[in-house]
Design a protein around this ligand. Sequence first.
Ligand code: GAP
Length: 473
Amino acid sequence: MSEQAETTRAATMDKIVALSKRRGFVYPGSDIYGGLANTWDFGPLGVELRNNIKQLWWRNFVQKRRDMVGLDAGILMHPRVWEASGHVVNFNDPLVDCKTCKARFRADHLLEDKLGIENAEAMSPDEMSAIIREKNLACPNCGNRTLTDARQFNMMFSTTIGPVSESANKVYLRPETAQGIFVQYKNLINTQRVKLPFGVGQIGKAFRNEITPGNFIFRVLEFEQMEIEYFVKPDEAPEKFDEWVQAMQQWIDLIGLKPEHVRVREHAKEELSHYSARTIDYEYLFPGSMGWKELYGLANRTDFDLRQHQEHSGEDLRFFDQAANERYLPYVIEPTFGVDRTFLTVMVDAYDEEETVDVNGKADKRTVLRLAPRLAPYKAAILPLAKKPELTKVAWELFETIQDETGALVDYDETANIGKRYRRQDEIGTPFCVTVDFDTLEDGAVTIRDRDTMDQQRVPMSEVSAMLAERIR
Ligand code: GAP
């Protein structure tokens, strides 16, 4: 039963969206009501992939390091948090309206997409407006040359707390998880045995009223971040920044992204966020017109946030450095990772199509998701060769044993012919298929098929768990 293959990069965003829906990774939000633009729900396979990403991140950056602790802060915080952090005044995107069709666009994206201007994000709204007027730019939606000047639009979603609307307090849905860490910084240093440098990791939802969301789950209104605020002595900030460049690269290797699809981009001075002394982005090369886009960020936030919260709250947030016998505000290095972007990127990077031959030697084509086994939703699938009681009984027992012994999520499938079942598992990225056949009843061995090479190996049933455990780490 040998299969052979040739490979090329085959992913397009349309294919990823279709596969995601077909196989239960991602469904359009509110689908039976016609959908709600730019909202998505994660299906059974999607939940597993997301959880694997988050668990790997947490293990790698929080649990395995002695200089890190974890936190899970609330989405709703005191509104003064966002005044202190600068988000009320600064968390804006430049917005342009079309006076004819009322469509809205991000001015910097318009200049980049329509005029090929690089890093338009670094321009002021006045500079963008001048270019829009000078080039007499047309609305991408209706074609009329009736775009307004660019103006700032605050991206925080707000809601109210309290039953009586007049006395209700306006609060924001957090646009980043980071501020939860700064606001709990004092409790953290008072209750944990931390000394500089140390970091706090957090995974949680964030919300942004994006003007032009899109590209599937690349830019959405509700998303999840995995963020670290790493507190350091101010004069050690540049060195620690460089260490985090390495640590982020190691993470990118851990999730299996191809090196040629990832690059680092240094932010120009004019482009830096209001809190940052230095920022780099890890960018990913998406297929088609999307091209290079931000995957993750790394910023030197200086002591901006702690200083602001110290001033606004009146609490002393200085760290007492026993060795130096002095108090000061630490600097903060912030590595930030989007869960949804990680999800999308690993799907795109793993997607492949191959010309191959099927189990009967006939020409065939397969779609295969070459996910890193540590991220794959199912680590293995147990497949009885035929739906015969003597085979299904052994296969089911093996399925339960492997789940118990490895703690991994394993699939069991006895429907359709074996070729179709292999293809189904290939498409959802299952790294190993374990087939129970009639020989198994005689020799107690099964066939393990490797998703990527399609090579098959005969292994005693008693050794399957140990072999899988070794290869899915
Ligand atoms: N605390 C810093 C911060 O929030 P950011 O660059 O605005 O920085 C961090 O966001 C990461 O969050 C991004 O690198 C990206 O992975 C993810 N992200 C940001 N906006 C997003 C959106 N609208 N949809 C999906 N992911 C988003």
